[in-house]
Design a protein around this ligand. Sequence first.
Ligand SMILES: [Zn+2]
Length: 262
Amino acid sequence: MAKPTGNRLLDAISARFREQILSSSKHVALPVRTQLYWPDEMPQYCHFLTGGIASIVAGLDNGASTEVGLMGNEGVVGAFHIIGPIAPANECFMQVPGSGYRVPLPVLRECFKAEEEIRDRVLELVQVQSLGLSQVAACNKLHESEPRLARWLLMIRDRVDSDTIQITQEFLGQMIGSRRTTVNGILSIMERKGLLHHQRGKITISDRRHFEKAACNCYPLLRRSLDRLYEPDRTPPEASRLSTKPSLHIAGSAVRPKCHNN
Ligand SMILES: [Zn+2]
């Protein structure tokens, strides 16, 4: 049995395809602020994170920015770019340092075109991401700063699997679209309520169950949609679903896609 990679999407697909994707990949360290893609530029690579968290951040022409999505080890950073040719409007960078498998985008595109299993998985992930983006957009507009910040911290907590989160207030403000002083005020209120402790560059959630009640209802909605992707009773597609298409080539590219049957 193939060893788990630590990425839930890679580990959920058939071992055959996982090995083929990994054979075109490079495992890389991803320090904080590593840029995974830029606005208006089609990325060369996708990243299957095995640790850390990437933020998708929307910027406005007045210099303000806010996080509109995030990705940990539950999927692939760049799934949107696998399915079509439109360059991203947002940027994406590591907000919690980690590591991951870097795979050339053309390789994944050819896998997506050639193999139903890969296509299904990527489309499901994109669907969940799209639902998440619209929920976060509504949350940023309609929910108060405190429940919004609690929602965000829980989403990070789930991905780092720790009650302690290393983050500066300035960065936190950027992520939820609030000023650092606003963030500081909210954290102080939450600390007085016994929900968390915060000190320079570090926030510790005191009581997870109590804390969940402080978050807006976007948190359980977002968590449920993600959990459905990897429900334990979901069986991997059978070998009979594998494509019998011949090998594909990418015109003008040195990259040879490997998702094919011999
Ligand atoms: Zn919300």
